[in-house]
Write a protein that binds this ligand. Structure first.
Ligand SMILES: [Zn+2]
Ligand SMILES: [Zn+2]
Length: 294
């Protein structure tokens, strides 16, 4: 249950619907994320960590303390090295099939991480799991390896570590196990979540191929497209918003906040460009009031 008055009787929504915490590869704890969101005038946040729901309870509490409306979410990487990402909004730990799949993903992530550390060590760049400073219950990942490499002086920056060692095709890259994008969408949909295609411009498929797949994903339960994202120019964002609207899909947007540094965004930084943010957020909230705490 939630109280969202009609547009005339409430402040405009200032949403950020794609946010990471230190439960995946962000650097801030949920309470710091929400404080920062508040400072930047964001009043609706979806926390969407990679493959984990770990930060959601603390995020919900922190959001409430700051008077921020909260949507529990997750970001799932699919299609192996093609890096298709699906956001699941309005998720929860009561979704047993989702929780089981995420647990399996985290196991695979940890396996890949250990293998990458072994390869780097063999290359004369010794690294252990301890060097990653993993918070309790958090799986290792390439961004965390990259940060440890910077701390050790093996790389000048996180992008440098990716470019030379960790990107797809580089020596310390370990392929992920494949999950089909449609399968992830169908799983989220069956569990009652709202599946949204994340940052479509970052997907490796040709535009026509992607548009064909979009039809198929919609048949499997896709409900929205993340048009507003730091990797999209305003023109690209408007293109994807148009595609979403023409197909009856929701338009969403977010900063993909990790640490406030490029290539990711700062909390709320899409809002000056995203001119339909209020009505897009209201449409999204209409889809599920159960989980929203205002
Ligand atoms: Zn992503
Ligand atoms: Zn993300």
């Amino acid at each position: 249950m939630h109280a969202i008055p009609d547009a005339a009787g409430r402040p405009a929504w200032r949403p950020d619907l794609h946010v990471h915490t230190n439960a995946s590869d962000g650097i801030f704890a949920p309470s710091d994320v929400m404080r920062r969101a508040k400072e930047r005038g964001v009043n609706l946040v979806a926390v969407t960590d990679h493959d984990t729901l770990l930060a959601l309870p603390e995020s919900a509490r922190a959001a409430m303390a700051h008077g921020i409306a909260f949507i529990p979410g997750v970001e799932i990487s699919t299609a192996g090295d093609d890096e298709v990402h699906v956001l699941g909004l309005f998720v929860g730990s009561h979704m047993k099939n989702l929780s089981a799949r995420l647990r399996a993903f985290r196991g695979d992530k940890q396996r890949r991480c250990v293998e990458a550390l072994r390869i780097l060590t063999n290359m004369g760049l010794p690294l252990t799991l301890q060097d990653l400073r993993l918070p309790h219950g958090v799986a290792g990942s390439r961004p965390l390896i990259a940060r440890a490499m910077v701390r050790k002086g093996y790389a000048a920056s996180v992008p440098d570590a990716f470019e030379r060692f960790l990107a797809v095709g580089r020596r310390a890259y370990v392929p992920r196990r494949n999950m089909d994008t449609g399968e992830a969408i169908a799983l989220l949909s069956r569990e009652g979540a709202v599946p949204v295609l994340a940052h479509p411009a970052l997907i490796a498929y040709e535009r026509t191929d992607l548009l064909n797949r979009l039809e198929q994903w919609m048949a499997q339960g896709l409900r929205g497209i993340e048009a507003w994202h730091p990797a999209h120019t305003p023109e690209t964002a408007r293109y994807w918003a148009g595609i979403a609207r023409s197909r009856g899909l929701l338009v969403t947007g977010g900063s993909d906040f990790h640490d406030g540094l490029p290539p990711h965004g700062e909390l709320g930084d899409r809002l000056p460009l995203w001119d339909t943010a209020d009505s897009d957020a209201a449409r999204l909230l209409d889809m599920d009031g159960e989980e929203v705490a205002v």
